[in-house]
Design a protein around this ligand. Structure first.
Ligand SMILES: Cc1cc2nc3c(=O)[nH]c(=O)nc-3n(C[C@H](O)[C@H](O)[C@H](O)COP(=O)(O)O)c2cc1C
Length: 405
């Protein structure tokens, strides 16, 4: 299975003789279905031309930080948010030093500093440069910050010396990148996810609905697959492709969503309710289209069933995660929803005309009975991956306590 399909990857190229291998790497990432944007340092352009990388990536190559045109289009902060993975290959000794020092004086280092996504580097340098205590200290710092250090390999070098410092081959890097997206944190777990809005019919042609796009739920489904889970996704009406290997069940109304959820909930280990299920539906659905007559008309609404609370109340309830989309008093409403419905966790996200619904980015507050983590504004895909890691850890912690307590 190619986990790189549809992934957004920044290939960062710095000034090493191994830069020629980045061309092959870019081509292979594209072949694997990844969307690749290349960012080059000035030194890198002495070794390989942006034109080559532009042709292979199918996109303009980014090279300058102080570029008004580029900043007006996809600037360094947007690039940082866009990526699911930043892979620096080759990473020169100097670039590694800048990264470890938290510099932002060129486009590539600024992107790395501004990004909260996975960062991996493939060092390439002379063996003495690699062995130097300064480089080793920089590498140790990066490891502490959870940067993935890919290689380097041992062998003969362009400078004629032999030792550690060769960049890994594109094929090896491709394999490792695939694994980076496959954490195995949820191996063997059955995860049930709801996503999107529901539609509550008024008559055969009209309905009440909301602005949920389903993007967050679909990103979570994909992240759960990457983590090794078996995923069933119950989706309201959305315009999204089904992530690979996800079993999708399409529904329209809150009542259909409830039936589908309860059918699968008994067999799942984790339930993540991202769907924006209608709280109220029209009490009666007109058989025929309602005609325009009086100046005013009343629509009687009745409460729908609370799917989330019903799952959390099951005798063998899964680890249950709710979502709270709020325009105000976000944390207060979210915590009270978690307590009222007896959830294991709740994910609060601010929504409004330009936030949350139908956006590619979001920010989250993840709450559980004794904890809270804030995830800054980022792509929904990156947030989904972080959320899945936190859910897996919390579910595991509860499981361990129950089995030993
Ligand atoms: C021919 C040549 C080959 C080089 N190869 C490497 C290399 O493999 N690794 C490395 O760390 N630096 C190498 N350097 C030095 C870097 O290019 C130099 O430190 C540069 O400032 C790195 O800039 P950057 O990190 O912004 O790309 C080489 C320099 C030259 C002239």
């Amino acid at each position: 299975m190619d986990t790189l399909y549809n992934k957004r990857i920044i290939v960062g190229i710095s000034g090493s003789i191994a830069a020629y291998k980045s061309a092959e790497l870019t081509r292979r990432l594209r072949d694997a279905g990844a969307d690749v944007r290349v960012v080059m340092t000035r030194s890198a352009m002495e070794f390989i031309t942006p034109l080559t990388l532009q042709a292979l990536s199918g996109r303009a190559v980014h090279t300058e930080l102080m570029d008004a045109d580029a900043e007006a289009a996809m600037g360094h902060i947007e690039l940082a948010r866009w990526a699911d993975l930043i892979l620096i290959a080759p990473a020169s000794a100097d670039f590694i030093a800048r990264l470890s020092g938290g510099h932002a004086n060129d486009l590539l280092s600024a992107i790395c500093l501004a990004s909260q996504t996975q960062l991996a580097i493939a060092p390439a340098m002379n063996q003495a440069m690699w062995d130097n205590a300064a480089t080793q200290a920089n590498i140790a710092t990066l490891k502490q910050r959870e940067v993935s250090i890919l290689g380097p390999a041992q062998g003969s070098q362009a400078c004629g010396e032999t030792g550690p410092g060769r960049m890994l081959e594109p094929e090896q890097l491709l394999k490792i990148c695939n694994n980076l997206f496959q954490s195995g944190l949820m191996s063997g777990q059955h995860v049930l996810i709801t996503a999107g809005p529901t539609r509550e019919p008024i008559d055969p042609v009209r309905y009440i609905s909301n602005r949920s796009s389903g993007k967050m739920g679909f990103a979570i489904a994909e992240a759960a697959i990457e983590a090794g889970a078996d995923v069933t996704l119950i989706a309201g009406p959305v315009q999204l492709d089904t992530p690979e290997r996800v079993t999708r069940v399409d529904v329209e109304t809150a009542s259909q969503m409830q039936q589908a959820v309860l059918k699968h909930a008994g067999a799942c280990d984790i339930f993540i309710a991202t769907a924006a299920v209608a709280d109220y539906r029209p009490g009666l659905q007109a058989v025929n289209k309602i005609k325009k007559q009086a100046d005013e008309m009343q629509l009687k609404l009745v409460k729908t069933h609370d799917i989330l609370a019903a799952v959390a109340a099951l005798a063998k309830a899964p680890f249950t995660v709710g979502f709270a989309a709020e325009t105000d008093k976000l944390l207060e409403y979210a915590r009270s929803k978690m307590e009222r419905k007896n959830l294991n966790m709740i994910v609060a996200n601010p929504v409004g005309p330009t936030r949350g619904f139908d956006q590619d980015t979001n920010e989250l507050d993840i709450l559980w009975p004794n904890g809270h983590i804030h995830l800054d504004l980022n792509s929904k895909k990156t947030l989904a991956r972080k959320l899945i890691t936190i859910i897996a850890e919390r579910a595991h912690a509860i499981d361990t306590t129950e089995n030993t307590g």
